[in-house]
Design a protein around this ligand. Structure first.
Ligand code: NAD
Length: 276
């Protein structure tokens, strides 16, 4: 990919899944990578994977919902490598499957704080650092759920629609300042996201609880089953779910000079789901 070698990339949510694949891809392209996660063990494993492949990476612990923690992450990046050129704001969590009336305030707040406020907090700290060292590119991880509604996942879907709107708006603010800001909208991807689910009570009714449990199990099966003979697979026009590396390819493209006139857009990486 043009323009990534010798630059510095910061990736959040690297303990597994899409963020790990993105960090590995940046390193493969010759970038120095700061890998940040709330999960220290997973983040350090990603550093080991990058170093074993001959790349250069540094782990920073972060909670993206905490602005002070995010500021420390960006400061550490610039202190370690002297600049911040690319940021992939990717950390995110999934809620369990529950209708809107059954969502607790605590879970609503946590989903929005991590998935939406977290992206804002990252850009708030990253953009001045990028501007100081000559510009750069940001990629935010939205979701297919940020492009279409998803019954049973309204808080997650709302947070991801927010990421799409935030990406467009901030891109306009920085369009003349050498910083391009885009997003990817992954379709179903083989990752660990099910294990970090923010559970909810399903409301106070027994029926709500049963619906919640059934929906969560259904989603877990959709994501985890390797043979994937389920509705999730049938929902994807290309007939399969994605590997995280396929998301990393889109991120690398959006950061590269091949995407030099692309800003404010969200690219669906979803096997055709958004077209359906
Ligand atoms: P994952 O669980 O494998 O990775 C998410 C990472 O984010 C984990 O390492 C986790 O520790 C980290 N994280 C969670 N909360 C954090 C916080 N507060 N601060 C810092 N790090 C935190 O899941 P994934 O599927 O790779 O998810 C990455 C992104 O992709 C998320 O934003 C998710 O919403 C999005 N996404 C995933 C899918 C999918 O099917 N897997 C589809 C669409 C969008």
């Amino acid at each position: 990919m043009n323009g990534l070698a010798g630059q510095t990339a910061l990736v959040t949510g690297v303990g597994s899944g899409i963020g790990r694949a993105s960090a590995l891809r940046f390193a493969e392209e010759g970038a120095n990578v700061v890998v940040a996660d709330i999960d220290v063990e997973g983040g350090r494993e990603t550093v080991d994977l990058i170093e074993n492949a001959g790349g250069d990476a540094t782990f920073v612990e972060v909670d993206v919902s905490d602005t002070a923690s995010v500021e420390r992450m960006v400061d550490a990046t610039v202190e370690t490598y002297g600049s911040l050129d690319f940021a992939h704001n990717n950390a995110g969590i999934l809620t369990d499957f529950v209708e809107t009336t059954g969502i607790s305030e605590a879970n609503w707040d946590r989903i929005v704080e991590v998935n939406l406020k977290g992206i804002w907090a990252c850009m708030k700290a990253e953009l001045p650092a990028m501007e100081r060292t000559g510009g750069g590119a940001v990629v935010n991880t939205a979701s297919e759920a940020g492009l279409v509604g998803m019954g049973g996942l309204s808080s997650y879907s709302a947070s991801k629609h927010g990421v799409v709107g935030l990406t467009k708006s901030v891109a306009l603010e920085y369009a003349e300042r050498d910083i391009r800001i885009n997003a990817i909208a992954p379709g179903p991807t083989k990752t660990n996201i099910q294990s970090g689910i923010v559970g909810d009570s399903g409301g106070t009714s027994i029926l709500g609880r049963i619906r919640s449990v059934v929906g969560t199990v259904r989603m877990a099966l959709r994501t985890l089953r390797a043979d994937f003979d389920t509705s999730a697979m049938r929902d994807v026009p290309m007939g399969r779910i994605a590997d995280p590396e396929e998301m990393a390819g889109a991120v690398a493209f959006l950061c590269s000079t091949d995407a030099s006139f692309v800003t404010g857009t969200t690219i669906p990486v979803d096997g055709g789901q958004a077209a359906d």
